[in-house]
Ligand binder design. Structure first.
Ligand SMILES: [Fe+2]
Length: 201
């Protein structure tokens, strides 16, 4: 199964600035995604993107929503169409004339799989957060106290244990950090701080 997208251009430059409302984005998720673990994962990545955009990039609400939107929709097609992963959501957003910047971020969230390089900071942060947030969440599930008191060194220990959350790609994590130009420790700290409050309700 190849997930290569086979193109580098996404969306239409004339659609710059167009976004979905939160309600529209949530409707796509409700209709497309039945798997609650996946839904939570996308909400977590969306929240990390939102907070990073506001706290670290200094963006306003509208700017941060674009980052969040890329996060909450990046795996929207994985549940029902795994063999068309990324293609399906990209085509949906293109048909709705969504800002190419958001579509490009989704298209480049797995450069080793989709063949699209992350270019913008939004692209790079989505890639950097994706797998790492999953590993931190898996770690919270095995701790009796969940996220409470979680420390950097515990996360790094799990990261080194290849058998722990084995489906989380360590290669993507290392590559994502490097491309984003951010230290792994800083990213883990940020996730430990921002991820615990995200819930499905
Ligand atoms: Fe993901």
């Amino acid at each position: 199964m190849s997930l290569q997208l086979g193109r580098k251009e996404f969306g239409n430059p004339e659609d710059k600035g167009n976004v979905l409302t939160r309600e529209e984005a949530n409707t796509i998720l409700t209709e497309w995604v039945k798997n609650e673990k996946l839904l939570l994962h996308m909400k977590q990545v969306g929240a990390l993107m939102y907070h990073w955009a506001k706290d670290k990039e200094g963006l306003d609400e509208a700017g941060a929503w674009k980052w969040e939107m890329a996060g909450i929709l990046h795996d929207a097609d994985w549940d029902q169409w795994p063999d068309q992963h990324c293609k399906k959501i990209i085509e949906e957003l293109e048909s709705r004339h969504i800002d190419p910047e958001i579509i490009h971020a989704i298209a480049s969230h797995g450069p080793l799989h989709f063949g699209v390089e992350p270019v913008t900071k939004m692209d790079k942060m989505l890639y950097a957060f994706d797998e790492l947030s999953g590993l931190v969440h898996a770690y919270s599930l095995m701790r009796p106290e969940g996220y409470a008191g979680m420390e950097l060194k515990g996360v790094k220990k799990r990261l080194k244990e290849k058998s722990f959350a084995a489906s989380v790609s360590r290669e993507d994590i290392a590559d994502g950090c490097q491309r984003a130009g951010i230290e792994l420790d800083e990213l883990i700290h940020f996730i430990i701080q921002k991820q615990p409050t995200v819930t499905l309700s």
